[in-house]
Design a binder for this molecule. Structure first.
Ligand code: AMP
Ligand code: ZN
Ligand code: ZN
Length: 303
């Protein structure tokens, strides 16, 4: 027998379900799946007190499905959200992903700020070679710096990223099996503003990778399908594969592992002595830094 949409059924209508959310034992039609994702995103924003309708948001958009979906949904929900894209200069990848970000900006009629790493410093691959640091580490440093600086310089209150449930679970899992207590303490969908840093939030933290992919499909949001060629073999990808195997045996493992961590464990870690130091100002660029020279300026110095 064909499964029926739960929401339609409650309204006395018999519509075949096109999406089966086994985690929540919920079958939905296309229309009610779309509203389920949007409602869940809005609930996450409210549950974690992320932002309100009067605040100016800057969404970091990579051209991948999560950040594009999120930007589209925030706009649909009536939030004031512009986009920000960093062109990392990765051949065969960056030029393609940029087009998807630009297409979305046009579709929702919002501003997209673009920063070109080639003009700022150098493309990410040369930067990695010249500084003898792994590409992913250089990329992370550059993104963190420009996310924060661009939001501040352009008067945005909050920086929004598209990290999804699978991203957050993979990081949580990695930090747990290695007992990185300091990282666990800071793992939260909201990082409050502090000296030199804008507030950062992850409203898609309760939406899984699969749910996000289905949302793009049903909302006709086109995105870059290929993974970043430089991320292949990264530990986060290996962890995602292990977690998928656990999820096959333990129903709703991902969502429980992550949300129960936030409810039961994260608060306990906040009671521990807080080791976090106050940031200084980078002596070169003035951005917040825990050393005399910030990590981006020291990359520049090594060139
Ligand atoms: P990733 O680190 O690639 O898993 O991406 C995590 C989040 O960072 C994405 O959902 C985006 O919000 C943001 N992001 C990643 N790459 C870029 C980029 N090149 N430009 C702007 N935002 C990005
Ligand atoms: Zn329905
Ligand atoms: Zn600096």
């Amino acid at each position: 027998m064909q499964a029926k949409c739960k929401v339609c059924k409650d309204k006395g209508v018999n519509t075949p379900a096109t999406v089966m959310l086994s985690t929540y034992r919920l079958n939905l039609c296309k229309e009610h799946f779309i509203s389920w994702v949007e409602k869940r995103t809005e609930e996450t924003i409210k549950k974690f007190k992320m932002f309100g309708k009067k605040q100016k948001l800057l969404v970091a958009v990579s051209g991948g499905k999560d950040s594009l979906n999120l930007w589209y949904i925030l706009n649909k929900l009536g939030y004031d959200a512009d986009g920000f894209y960093i062109d990392l200069g990765i051949e065969g990848y960056s030029n393609k992903s940029k087009i998807f970000a630009q297409n979305m900006a046009e579709r929702i009629d919002k501003k997209l700020i673009i920063i070109d790493m080639n003009k700022e410093i150098s493309d990410i691959i040369s930067l990695s070679k010249k500084t003898k640091k792994p590409v992913c580490s250089v990329c992370g440093t550059v993104k963190r710096y420009y996310f924060n600086k661009t939001a501040k310089d352009n008067g945005y209150d909050i920086l929004v990223t598209g990290h999804n449930l699978d991203d957050e679970v993979a990081v949580l899992f990695g930090n747990t099996i290695n007992w990185k207590v300091d990282y666990l303490r800071r793992q939260h969908p909201v990082l409050p503003a502090k000296k030199g840093f804008v507030k950062k939030v992850k409203p898609f933290c309760r939406i899984s990778e699969k749910e996000s992919a289905m949302y793009s499909f049903y909302s006709k949001i086109d995105y870059i399908k290929m993974e970043c060629p430089k991320s292949i073999g990264a530990s986060s990808i290996k962890n995602k594969q292990i977690i998928s195997r656990i999820e096959e045996d333990i129903l709703a493992f991902k969502v429980r592992f992550y949300l129960d961590f936030l409810t039961n464990m994260h608060p306990l870690l906040q009671n521990e002595i807080n080791y976090e130091e106050e940031p200084l100002e980078c002596s070169v660029c003035g951005e917040p830094s825990f050393n005399n020279v910030c990590s981006v300026c020291s990359l520049k110095e090594k060139l």
